[in-house]
Design a protein around this ligand. Structure first.
Ligand code: ADP
Ligand code: MG
Length: 322
């Protein structure tokens, strides 16, 4: 059972960044208005997420580590229809199976909170504690009990890059939530609440103030909102390109291509424009892969969506045509 448990955990937690994603999404789901992420050693020794969300009762905090115990939705098909990020009830059970976990949580209406210590799925202690309202979740020494997995982790810069990617995706999708990221005692990101544009500028730098072209498009099938980079702002990297569907980050080479070809006349073929685009679509038009770590989806009318995105980008760029 312990082996089966570890295998299941490996599906959800592949590296520190996957734990980071699950934990900050839980904080969003808990209605947090401030989320602090503390990382040590690129997540290998510590991943801690502190939020001011709804917190949990003593019973619920214990329950939250049971596999498939979710307070949220049960039907995976509804993934893109539901409002919460989580729905499988797998993340906390999985993280606790492969790390040393310390949870402190208190509901706003309670005076006393709960502290829970779990190591490799084993509950070591549960005590009442005084703590601030909300939840602090610390996962220490990831894969401490699976040396092969721990050895398989990449260098700190590589693991940290993955963590920052996940952090930025959630932060971009929730500009009205305060986020900070601390790595080895240094604050790497400090993102005050604000508009999407302000969030982009806080993440990528002040120069983006001048570089962003707003985009807004409404059709029968989808609506698109966000910002694209001015043509002169093109970079030869793929890093700063974000698509969100119903507020979830997705990777979609086909849609990336739709944007790239819209820039075609303005940019050389081998450059990649900056963009942060939010697509809203009725979930009946998308087919999702429910694998916990997959960020890919399929549109049933993808050619139409491709054409809409391409022409919308072109229209927004219209003023830059020579
Ligand atoms: P899921 O998010 O799919 O429901 P998780 O394993 O991520 O599953 O979390 C299990 C449950 O624990 C959640 O449904 C939620 O009720 C509770 N929970 C987890 N993190 C938090 C948090 N930061 N604040 C409040 N409740 C939380
Ligand atoms: Mg979750």
């Amino acid at each position: 059972d312990s082996v089966a448990n570890q295998i299941a955990a490996g599906e959800v937690v592949q590296r520190p960044a996957s734990a980071v994603k699950e934990l900050i999404e839980n904080s969003i789901d808990a209605g947090a208005s401030a989320i602090k992420l503390i990382i040590k050693d690129a997540g290998k020794s510590l991943i801690q997420v502190i939020d001011d969300g709804c917190g949990m009762s003593a019973t619920d905090s214990r329950m939250s580590f049971e596999r498939h115990a979710t307070s949220k939705i049960r039907k995976a098909e509804d993934l893109f229809a539901i409002r919460t990020m989580g729905f499988r009830g797998e993340a906390l059970a999985s993280i606790a199976a492969v790390a040393q976990v310390e949870l402190k949580t208190r509901r706003h209406e309670d005076e006393i909170g709960t502290q829970l210590i779990i190591e490799g799925s084993e509950v070591k202690s549960q005590e009442a504690c005084s703590c601030s309202a909300g939840t602090s979740f610390a996962a220490k020494n990831l894969f401490f009990n699976i040396p092969a997995r721990r050895n398989f982790l990449k260098s700190n810069p590589v693991e940290m890059r993955h963590i920052i990617d996940e952090f930025q995706r959630v932060a971009l999708a929730h500009p009205s939530v305060f986020f900070s990221l601390h790595h080895d005692g240094q604050e790497v990101f400090h993102l005050p609440k604000g508009t999407l544009k302000q969030r982009i500028v806080h993440i990528f730098g002040n120069s983006y103030n001048e570089r962003l072209v707003p985009m807004e498009e409404q059709t029968d099938i989808i609506s698109i909102k966000g910002f694209i980079g001015k043509p002169e702002n093109a970079k030869k990297t793929r890093g700063e390109q974000f698509f969100f569907v119903n507020n979830r980050f997705i990777k979609d080479a086909y849609l990336n291509h739709a944007v790239a070809t819209a820039y075609e006349e303005l940019l050389p073929n081998d450059s990649y424009p900056f963009y942060v685009l939010f697509i809203n679509i009725d979930p009946i038009h998308i087919d999702i892969n429910v694998h916990p770590t997959k960020t890919e989806i399929k549109f049933d009318n993808e050619k139409v969506i491709y054409a809409i995105i391409r022409s919308a980008v072109k229209r927004s760029l219209g003023q830059y045509n020579i």
